[in-house]
Design a protein around this ligand. Structure first.
Ligand code: CAO
Length: 601
């Protein structure tokens, strides 16, 4: 069937209203009443929902566009033609198809609305409200804030009251949210000041001209008799003033987003408008753990959406307690509270704030109360590795097996060949031998050269042996990978090791050099210490920690003999490896390191 046009309904005395948010895109399957776009004028923020369920075949508007009544928002292929014709709301679906007389076939209230909303009424109403503002620009006076001309809506339900008596409000701060079959609409305050009385409550129905609240105007309003003409400019300058309240912040964010969109589309003149909209929706996806598609489908007013975005709450997960399951501010708050308390009790893994992974957030302590402090920002690499080790520490049940390797003969061999190697440009350190011995051990214990699948039910055995090496750099720890260690000789391994560790220290390492490891080695031998417990790098299952070798007396059956002993600390994922296998693995490694000849076998 032919796609139906979804149009901007009669939105009262709003003309050329800006699209501030496009909530769906081409190909999306949408439900009836699912919001498609958010419009914003001086008078209200308004969401326009789809009149039918179906699939979007084309979006006709982008963020930053201006639209008026009757403009086509999108083309939608109805989900089921028969359903539409049987549906109570078929008048609306037909309206969308006919495209020009939304109210004609609607229900009674829509007919009433149409009767009331001829142009002259609209103008009068608009003037009435502006007049209220204009007449009483001087501070301290009390004005009535009224429902503006809201098009062919009459007796519209107040679904949310966003302020209370005594609240200080900014100009344009939303006061109430109205919802009809055609749109969800926020009515903002026409001036800054203090609410002295609320005239409406949730569940009330209101029409154009009804008084929402009494407001005692704040002093020092900027506009004079020209206010009507300059209201947009006033709005723009008030945005620049830097006031920190939520409403203003939202406006600034919108403006910044819009500017970004404009910049993008001006840079790519030939790019279709749609691309700009898509890029901007990508902007919104900066939020942690938010599924934009679900977020877009959630039944919530614009202010609730913005509030949820500020808190990083995914509206797709929030249960709505309002009419028809609409999500309220309180619903968002209780969702966030619940997630936080789960995180603190270790029960939740999806906290939108806090430490994540069920970890309580670190308390924000003012250490200067105890003495002088200096705060420095962590280097970028340290920030990244901090996240990685934290995740791995939480994800993997670690056990560390300690062992020793007698490397007396190995070290004799290394010292004997060090200068020769150097002449060939090779720095022969103990680590090259450790890499070679580890590759042999990984071949002998394939479960160590594996990764657990995401469902935790299979092991992926790798037929290649790539080993990552921890490199201490001025900016933090990096883990470049020495590839195919099992296929290389000691010199080649030593060369590769020198190459990646030098590049890592010099900040020249590339992303690809740090991918594809099967196992890791962290050597602190050149630094010191006797043992430590390295953290496994998921999805690897083991990491070998190496500490400083030392000469120790070893009983050879008849006497104590001085031997060079290398401490090994092998951490492993206990989901994959049990203790006995870990002990056999380090025993095997120790044997290879103690007698280099066995590496040849
Ligand atoms: N015991 C005693 N001495 C050791 C040793 C050990 N286990 N391992 C190396 N050494 C010696 C070397 O033999 C070398 O001395 P010589 O020049 O006399 O031969 C000296 O220490 C320095 O070696 P190196 O550090 O230049 O080379 P390497 O191959 O041993 O190590 C690298 C390379 C990149 C691993 C190392 O420089 C490094 O960055 N180590 C730190 C790793 C780290 O921070 N791990 C912790 C991670 S968890 O936070």
């Amino acid at each position: 069937m032919a796609a139906q046009e979804i149009k901007v309904p009669d939105i009262g005395d709003f003309d050329s209203v800006e699209v501030i948010e496009v909530l769906v895109s081409k190909g999306d399957t949408i439900e009836q009443e699912q919001p498609l776009i958010t419009l914003e004028s001086d008078k209200a923020t308004l969401e326009v929902p789809s009149t039918i369920a179906g699939k979007i075949t084309e979006m006709k508007v982008s963020e930053g566009d201006n639209v008026s009544e009757g403009d086509v928002i999108a083309l939608v292929e109805a989900a089921d033609e028969d359903d539409d014709s049987d549906d109570d709301d078929d008048g609306e679906a037909d309206d969308a198809e006919a495209g020009d007389d939304d109210a004609d076939d609607g229900d009674e209230s829509e007919d009433d609305a149409e009767e009331q909303n001829d142009d002259s009424d609209a103008d009068e109403s608009a003037d009435a409200q502006e007049d209220d503002t204009d007449d009483e620009d001087a501070g301290g006076e009390t004005i009535e804030v009224k429902v503006p001309d809201i098009g062919d809506f009459d007796a519209v339900e107040v679904i949310e009251v966003l302020v209370a008596e005594g609240d200080e409000v900014e100009e344009e701060q939303p006061l109430i949210t109205l919802e009809s079959d055609k749109a969800t609409l926020e009515v903002p305050s026409s001036a800054a000041g203090k609410i002295t009385e609320m005239k409406v409550s949730e569940g009330d129905t209101v029409s154009e001209g009804d008084v929402i609240a009494m407001l005692e105007k704040a002093g020092g309003q900027s506009s004079g008799g020209d206010k009507k003409k300059s209201s947009k400019q006033d709005k723009a300058s008030s945005k620049k003033s830097g006031d920190g309240d939520r409403a203003k912040k939202d406006k600034k964010d919108d403006k910044a987003d819009k500017k970004k969109s404009e910049d993008k589309s001006s840079k790519k003149d030939d790019a279709p408008k749609k691309q700009a909209a898509k890029d901007d929706s990508g902007d919104a996806s900066k939020l942690d753990n938010v599924d934009e598609e679900r977020f877009g489908k959630a039944h919530a007013s614009p202010s609730v959406r913005k509030y949820a975005r500020e808190l990083g709450a995914d509206l797709g997960h929030v249960d709505g307690s309002g009419r028809k399951g609409r999500i309220t501010v309180e619903d968002v708050q209780s969702y966030v509270k619940k997630a936080l308390s789960q995180a603190q009790s270790g029960g939740g893994a999806s906290a939108p704030a806090g430490g994540g992974g069920g970890v309580p957030a670190q308390p924000d302590i003012d250490f200067s109360q105890f003495g002088e402090v200096e705060t420095v920002e962590l280097a970028r690499i340290r920030k990244m590795s901090a996240k990685a080790v934290h995740k791995n520490w939480l994800l993997i049940p670690h056990v560390t097996q300690f062992d020793n390797a007698d490397i007396t003969d190995l070290e004799d061999f290394r010292q004997a060949n060090k200068e020769k190697a150097k002449a060939e440009g090779v720095k022969l350190t103990p680590l090259a031998f450790l890499l070679k011995a580890s590759a042999a051990a990984l071949k002998a214990f394939p479960d160590l050269n594996s990764s657990l699948t995401a469902d935790g039910e299979h092991l992926v055995h790798k037929k290649y042996v790539n080993i990552a090496v921890a490199v201490d750099t001025p900016n933090g720890l990096l883990m470049p990978v020495v590839k195919d260690v099992d296929k290389k000789g000691i010199y080649e391994i030593a060369r590769d090791l020198d190459d990646v560790s030098t590049r890592a220290r010099e900040g020249k390492i590339k992303g690809d050099d740090m991918k594809g490891a099967c196992f890791s080695i962290s050597s602190l031998g050149g630094v010191g210490g006797t043992a430590f417990t390295p953290i496994v790098n998921s999805p690897e299952v083991g990491i070998l920690g190496v500490s400083k070798h030392s000469m120790q007396p070893v009983w050879n059956g008849s006497e104590f003999e001085p031997r060079l002993i290398l401490p090994l600390s092998f951490s492993y994922d206990h989901r994959v490896i049990d203790g006995a296998k870990a002990a056999r693995f380090t025993g095997f490694l120790s044997e290879k390191l103690s007698d280099l000849r066995t590496l040849l076998l």
